[in-house]
Design a protein around this ligand. Sequence first.
Ligand SMILES: [Zn+2]
Ligand SMILES: [Zn+2]
Length: 124
Amino acid sequence: MAQLPNNVVPTSYELDEEHALLHLAWSDDHASVYAYEQLRRACPCAWCAGEGNFAGTMTPETVLTPEQTILYELQMVGRYGLTPVWGDGHKTGIYTYERLRDLCDCDDCRQQRGQPARDAAATS
Ligand SMILES: [Zn+2]
Ligand SMILES: [Zn+2]
């Protein structure tokens, strides 16, 4: 889990509906990018991710409907997280800033995880 300095917060976001990508700008000038579906699959709410003895509904085999992977907007949750509002009305997942940075799919973060750059992955 990445530790963020207290003053690092998201400053703005942009929805790229054509490519189904969320762009998130941070106060430390980091520019994050997330595929809608990747973000939805990472939903941390109890219903999707499970809680206690409940396993959760989201598994790698779960087939998502188009509505479930359309991102309408992001809502601020206090000073520590964001809740995406999805096309099917789902908005119970609170993504903390730390989690969002862990999920970041920009080339810099991919490189740190030993993954190929986004462009290379897209053309392979
Ligand atoms: Zn959820
Ligand atoms: Zn990144």
